[in-house]
Design a protein around this ligand. Sequence first.
Ligand code: COA
Length: 145
Amino acid sequence: VQIRQATLEDLEGIYEVETCCFSNPWAKESIQKDLESPITTYVVAEIEGQIIAFAGLWKVLDEGQITNIAVHPSYRGLKIGKRLLQELVSIAVDAQIKVMLLEVRKSNEIARRLYESQGFKVIGQRKGYYQKPVEDALVLERLVE
Ligand SMILES: CC(C)(COP(=O)(O)OP(=O)(O)OC[C@H]1O[C@@H](n2cnc3c(N)ncnc32)[C@H](O)[C@@H]1OP(=O)(O)O)[C@@H](O)C(=O)NCCC(=O)NCCS
């Protein structure tokens, strides 16, 4: 498994993983805008030229917002999500980000465990943040040294 920063050429691969993983996926155009944005960095995991996972970080001043993280269902439980998250933290360190933030569905215990294993802590809640199904988001934070 190769982990690397994404380019616009990875759009199709990222979009495929996105549609496999979420009930309310981002539009391809939204992912494209992110890939083209100077304040956003995506990382991908690739096996034999195929994108099997990705994660995105959006930088505003000294804050880093994790936009999304997803691993293709056939490749879960192999520490790929953890490696992508660690890669985003390392990018955040290099970018002099002081605090990383993200939202996660309250019921998404697997993702919550992943984030908590990497030092993220719950700091708040957003009522009815998600659609399909409607659900609250937890807001998680991690300070970056
Ligand atoms: C959340 C997700 C990215 C995790 O990716 P992954 O590569 O399967 O996870 P990893 O193998 O790196 O596991 C990392 C940690 O997550 C937790 N975890 C992973 N799979 C788990 C499972 N089946 N049951 C319980 N905990 C699990 C564990 O804490 C694990 O650490 P450990 O193995 O040291 O105990 C993946 O499940 C996914 O794509 N889910 C759908 C999309 C999603 O919900 N994204 C999050 C949006 S906020």
